[in-house]
Design a protein around this ligand. Structure first.
Ligand code: GUN
Length: 287
C-alpha cells in the first residue's frame, strides 16, 4: 500500500481563505477579532512560530499584536500584563508563547489568562470542558490533527488510536479529542514497556516525541493512519519529523509530511479560536 499524503498546508490555506471572508463580514459589523501574543526572550524557534502567527493573522484580517519582552522579565510583570489584557475589550485571544524562562511559573501564567480569552485551550477550565465533552477552545495542534483526519473523512469511531508522547500541549489533549470522537485510546511514553507492540496495533498512530525518525515503516500496521507531529532540525538545517516518511508511506493508508503537515494547522486553529472568541464576546452565532 502507498499512503495518501495529507497536506496540512493545503487544508490550512482553504480554511484561512474561509476565515478571511468571515472576518471581513465581522468587520462590517464593527467586530475586529484581536489576538495578543506575548513572547519572552529570544528563543529562535519561538520567534519563528510567533512570526508565523503574525503573518497568518494579517492574512485573515485578525488584528494581531506582538508584545516582546526580555528574558529577565519578572513573573509579576507578566501576570500584571495578562491582567490588563484580560480586561481589554479589543483583545479576544491571549497567547503566551511557551516555553517560558525558568524563573517564571508556566502554570501560574496559564491560569492567569481568562478562560474566555485562552485561545491556546491550556487553561484548566478549558481542559475540563474538553474532558467533559463540552464546546470550548480546543488546544490548537490536537484540534488541527482532528480537522486533517476529518477532511479526508477518516472514520475514528471504534479505531485504536495510539499516541506516542504525553505532553500537555499535544499528546494528552489529542488523546482526549480522539476519545470524544469515540476512538479507543492508548498513550505511550518514555516509560512504556514494549512500545513496538502498541505501535503495531495502531489504526491511528500519532507521534509527538521530538525525536527524528523515532518510528519507521517496519513498526506500523498495514493501512494505519500516521500523523507526525515532530519538527526536528537535522544537521543540514532542514526539518524532519518523528516518522521515517518514506518507509512509513509504503505501509500507511494516510500519512502527514514534515514540513507542510501538522504545523500549518496549529496556527490555523489558533485563528479559528480567536474568531470564535470574538463572536462569543459579541453574541454573534453566524455571520
Ligand atoms: N509552544 C509550542 N507550541 C505552542 C502552542 O501551541 N502554544 C503556545 N502558547 N506555546 C507553544
Amino acid at each position: 500500500m502507498t499512503a495518501e499524503v495529507i497536506y496540512g498546508s493545503e487544508l490550512a490555506q482553504s480554511m484561512r481563505d474561509q476565515m478571511k471572508d468571515e472576518v471581513s463580514k465581522l468587520r462590517e459589523k464593527g467586530v475586529v477579532p484581536g489576538l495578543t501574543v506575548i513572547l519572552i526572550g529570544e528563543d529562535p524557534a519561538s520567534k519563528s512560530y510567533v512570526l508565523g502567527k503574525q503573518k497568518a493573522s494579517n492574512y485573515v484580517g485578525v488584528d494581531s499584536d506582538l508584545i516582546s519582552l526580555p528574558e529577565s522579565t519578572p513573573e509579576k510583570e507578566l501576570l500584571d500584563l495578562i491582567d490588563q489584557l484580560n480586561q481589554k475589550e479589543s483583545v479576544h485571544g491571549i497567547l503566551v508563547q511557551l516555553p517560558l524562562p525558568d524563573h517564571i511559573d508556566e502554570q501560574k501564567v496559564i491560569e492567569a489568562i481568562s478562560a474566555e480569552k485562552d485561545v491556546d485551550g491550556f487553561h484548566p477550565i478549558n481542559i475540563g470542558r474538553m474532558m467533559t465533552g463540552k464546546d470550548t477552545f480546543f488546544p490548537c495542534t490536537p484540534y488541527g490533527i482532528i480537522q486533517m483526519m476529518k477532511s479526508k473523512e477518516i472514520s475514528l469511531e471504534g479505531k485504536h488510536a495510539v499516541i506516542i508522547g504525553r505532553s500537555n500541549i499535544v499528546g494528552k489533549p489529542v488523546g482526549q479529542l480522539l476519545l470524544n470522537e469515540n476512538a479507543t485510546v492508548t498513550y505511550c511514553h518514555s516509560r512504556t514497556k514494549d512500545m513496538e507492540k502498541f505501535i503495531q496495533e495502531a489504526d491511528i498512530l500519532i507521534v509527538a516525541v521530538g525525536k527524528t525518525h523515532f518510528v519507521n515503516g517496519d513498526h506500523i500496521k498495514e493501512g494505519a493512519v500516521v500523523i507526525d507531529v515532530g519538527v526536528n532540525r537535522v544537521e543540514d538545517g532542514s526539518l524532519t519529523g518523528d516518522v521515517d516518511f518514506e518507509s512509513a508511506k509504503q505501509k500507511a493508508s494516510y500519512i502527514t509530511p514534515v514540513p507542510k503537515g501538522v504545523g500549518p494547522m496549529t496556527i490555523t486553529m489558533l485563528l479559528h479560536n480567536t474568531i470564535k472568541s470574538a463572536k462569543k464576546a459579541n453574541d454573534i452565532q453566524n455571520v
